[in-house]
Write a protein that binds this ligand. Structure first.
Ligand code: PLP
Length: 459
């Protein structure tokens, strides 16, 4: 049994990310104790199938000794080296080289951060500097998508479009603008792929015209929107948006913090459509959650403009832990695992996951099944024709999460009644089938709820 003092200490002293302070004081947390493969064990001994790879990050699964060894060895030899003062460390250089070799097109320059939020924040600073360097500082307006998520830094949270990240925080800033998401299931223009793509392209063009053609710096998009509810655009959407950015003379930033490192099949989701963005942000799968690390990829033409503009002046943007030797040593080992069979396994397992979830499409509560590779969601409704969300939608997420936990499954339950799946890429067929079977149980139990039954009768 978990000692009460640990739970009390947690309530009194640990402020959890994305939590209700009062809710946390009341209900406390479930403490994870250990993990192996795709299975977690909590401090009370419950075994849980991790259908969400931690927080869309533990792509290689838990318990890889080779990663532990790489970290320990680096920690013994050189636990820290700054990248300031023109110093460096071997693993940071090697990882930058390996990533640049694998990244699309001329994304040849890599800047390391600690995670995704500071990677996004760094792009904002680099893009501002880029426009300063080329003599167009008035290009200081940024556009992103409704339902988009670009992290929790102050500037990044303003590109994020989720209200909970804005209310009370004084963002978005007046230089941050949104256009509608492609959200196929609930798009007012319908779900025909070409119509949806054309609508997004038109919305971007109109927004740039509204702001002023010479004022816009960049457009940001996740190749698949993650935290907005796993919203998958039609194939061709990313390419069409990237091309329109080029025609409009603005930079295109692909935020691959979730989609990078095999989550959707290829190493980077942009590859699927042959897109080369001007900036690409990654984190999560870069170290598979074994150590904190993020990265910004910068296209060569952007890099050269900044370099020419700055001359010998230092560009004042840096973190103590940029290119941390232990994290980058972990990144190098994780990359070996992806290329040693995990990407292939992820692609195979992703097909099985999608087929399994599609079989849930017959369930009375499932209005939509969507996904690509090992990134998927089902959207629950009480009336499939009218697409009516679950009653008390705000609590529906928590109810689904608790129920899944009781069934030995971790999934992401979004407030609007969307269940998200992002299992480790190392899942076996049996583990994928078990994720689907446990999800079916969660759906059946939810269907038996009195308020859900009443809502379905009214439909
Ligand atoms: N960008 C995207 C697309 C994300 O999904 C996230 C986190 O989920 C972030 C940025 C922020 O990353 P981090 O939580 O590592 O700061």
């Amino acid at each position: 049994m978990l000692s009460n003092s640990l739970l009390e200490a947690d309530r009194e002293h640990l402020v959890h990310p994305l939590s209700s302070f009062r809710g946390h004081e009341r209900e406390g947390v479930r403490v994870m104790a250990s993990a192996k493969g795709v299975w977690l064990t909590d401090r009370e001994g419950h075994e849980l199938l991790d259908g969400f790879a931690g927080l869309w990050c533990v792509n290689v699964g838990y318990g890889h000794e080779s990663i532990v060894e790489a970290a320990a060895e680096q920690m013994r030899r050189l636990p820290y080296a700054t990248g300031y003062f023109d110093l460096g460390s071997e693993p940071a250089i090697k990882l930058a080289e390996a990533l640049a070799e694998r990244a699309p097109g001329d994304l040849d320059h890599v800047y390391f951060t600690l995670g995704g939020s500071d990677a996004v924040d760094s792009t904002i600073r680099f893009i501002r500097y880029y426009n300063h360097a080329r003599g167009t500082p008035e290009r200081d307006q940024f556009i992103s998508l409704e339902q988009g998520f670009h992290g929790s830094s102050t500037a990044g949270a303003g590109l994020t479009a989720l209200k909970g990240f804005h209310t009370g925080f004084g963002v978005p800033f007046e230089w941050q603008h949104k256009i509608p998401s492609h959200y196929l299931y609930r798009n007012p223009v319908g779900s025909d792929p070409q119509t949806v793509i054309a609508a997004s392209v038109a919305a971007l063009t109109a927004k740039v015209e509204e702001i002023g053609k010479d004022r816009v710096a960049a457009f940001y998009a996740e190749p698949i929107q993650g935290s907005g509810g796993v919203l998958v655009p039609p194939l061709g959407w990313v390419k069409a948006m990237a091309e329109r950015c080029r025609e409009l003379g603005i930079l295109f930033v692909a935020d691959e913090v979730i989609t990078g490192f095999g989550r959707t099949g290829p190493l980077f989701a942009c590859e699927e459509e042959g897109v080369v963005p001007d900036f690409m942000t990654v984190a999560k799968g870069l170290t598979a959650g074994y150590a904190p690390l993020g990265a910004v990829f910068m296209a060569d033409h952007v890099y050269q403009t900044i370099a020419d503009g700055a001359g010998d002046a230092a560009i004042g943007h840096g973190y103590t832990y940029s290119g941390h030797p232990v994290s980058t040593a972990v990144g190098l080992e994780v990359l070996k695992l992806y290329e040693g069979g995990l990407l292939d396994n992820g692609r195979r397992a992703g097909k099985r996951l999608m087929a399994g979830l599609e079989s849930l499409g017959e369930h009375p509560l499932v209005g939509d099944v969507r996904g690509r590779g090992m990134l998927a969601a089902i959207e629950l409704v009480t009336d499939k024709g009218a697409k009516t969300p679950l009653p008390a939608a705000a609590e529906a997420g928590k109810r689904v999460f608790d129920r899944a936990y009781k069934n030995g499954l971790i999934v992401r339950a979004f407030a609007q009644g969307v269940i998200g799946f992002a299992p480790p890429l190392c899942c076996s067929d049996e583990e994928i089938d078990e994720i689907v079977a446990r999800t079916r149980r969660v759906l059946d139990e939810t269907l038996a709820d009195a308020d859900v039954r009443a809502a379905m009768k009214d439909a």
